[in-house]
Design a protein. Sequence first.
Length: 712
Amino acid sequence: MDYSTDALFELARLYGVQTAYIDSQGIERIASHDSLLSILQVRGAPISSAGSAPEAARHRRQEIWQRLLDPISVAWSGSPARVKVRLPRACGGELRCMLHLESGDDREWTERLNDLTALESSTVEGVEYVAYQLIVSPDLPWGYHRLKIETVQISQPARAECTIISAPVQSGRAADSTPPRWGVFLPLYALHSQSSWGCGDFSDLAALLTWVTHRGGAAVATLPILATFLNEPFDPSPYAPASRLFWNEMFIDVARAPELPHCPAAAEIIASAGFQAELHDLRQGTLVDYRRQMTLKRRVLAALAQCFFERPSAELAAFRTAAAARPQLEDYARFRAVCDRLRIPWHNWPDRMRDGTIDEGDFATADRDFHLYVQWLAEAQLQQLADTARAEGSALYLDLPLGVNSNSYDVWRERNAFASGASAGAPPDPFFPKGQNWGFPPLHPERIQFEGYRYVRDYVRQHLRFAGTLRLDHVMGLSRLFWIPDGAPAHDGLYVEYGMEHWFALFSLEARRHNAQLVGEDLGTVPAEIPAAMQRHNMRRMYVVQFAAQPRPEAALPPVFADAVASLNTHDMPTFAAFWKGLDIEDRLDLRILDESGATAARQERQALRDALQATLSRHGLITATATTEDILKACLFHLTDGNGNLILVGLEDLWLEEHPQNVPGTWQERPNWRRKARFSLEEIMTHPAVVDMLSAIDSRLRSARPGRAPG
């Protein structure tokens, strides 16, 4: 390795960019110079070529040691915050410390530098620096506190401030030893009833939750229900939302809008023959037509919005009070109103608007009012849903996506929090030999720290207001995330490190404050520190049969580990019936994700896995030699109930042996991702023999004395 490479790798270390990783096959992948240069530039390094790495590294070391305070410190469960203070060794004197608590209280004190413990030292540009340890109050209340320090009695005074996150070690509800409970999963857009307008709505979700609870279940899980772009720009993916701070108005139940009885214009639209004919077509379709669906629903919601703002009411007064306390709502509504008018991504807006300034004449007032109103209405319906769940002792299980659409409100308004010039993704693996580019900008790991994770706190709180359980998509992103330089293939990406302790402190604090349970999506190649941290902080892991199963006849299914959320599959996997029949392999061949030789190998592997599963399940008395696909499904679900999990999450579509997936990763227009309605309506699901019988069997099995070890 030559000098320039040594310097480039050292610079990467200083910026938290990993120069190598172990792939899913156990092979070490070392970064190329070009990839390192690109990612370091996005990360903020002053580097133009490998030759400038030594100077850039010198600059970075100086920057770090001249940083009086790191932007974030963590205090766990009443332990003191141990804050690192960096100063030249020649400095003497005192530190004036001022702590502003989240409650509004202030504390002040002084510390003599000579009384502080020296942790480490380094000489930079001929100046020796020392990092001292400042102990801050062992009785810090939970919260986000601001520490300010000033040096006094030295020749060159300095001052700085940082955020201290004081958090409980254990997040959310405490783990216990009670038997696991069960819940169901179905995307909300796929859940449709006789009364909904072509796809599921919040009332459908409430009805399903009540039905599940009365049958003994504990949760209803769904995909992200955040705002998406359903016009121009257009992207209905729940994992590419228009914001992580606002909700998808498509899921509003218009019939429950308080304004409807007082709005003749809206009632007239609904009663019209043309509207009813369009509504009939949307209800009959097997796929959700987002554009038609939202166009139809918006006509009524826009009329309701006009009535809402024109007619004095208690609801309008409450809205005014709430909106004044949350100016971000007006900002978001203006952004979406400009999108409605210009119908192009914000990157292509005129300079002033692109850079964040929207004036009154830039949008139609009616569009702005529409977006204000639908957020108010969506939150009201979500609040009723969450209140019902909590009153009945169950949970609304929401999903927090890893990123947001690059055209989103969040990236437009909070662009300092994002790393422009790169996209998040995943390295190559057997399923995706070319890697994955998810197309959204990653959060910038350092800049969000200097903002005290303000934006992150906002979207986490927004979800936990309503969620009894919150799933964190791609939880390994709390430790590191795969960045792909713009214009580069996915396999040229690199891992960039994040402040893992900060993230766990933030989530632990917010989950405890909201009495919510956290679940981390920890599937795939996960750094060893992630499962350990999840256990330490009471974040549930995921056990998924399709991931856990191994082609070992003597032990095809390992036991479900303690406190896991256990399921057969996820929304990104084939349904159980498709998996058992190998239909996903044929689909990947058709999509050219696999070639013929790869498909042949995959078929052989799947057959070996099927044989092993049948042998294991038979040995434990869960199936017979003549077992059908339905028998295998039931046996695998019983395997989950016999384990040590916390929640058994049952995909409703698996119970009627659905073969079509909700999403085929790596595709966009090739497959109807995020569009397929459930084969049966909500009313049919609640009386379907396969659904009712299987859920009853699961409930009965969980309520009985837990057997010994699970099959394995």
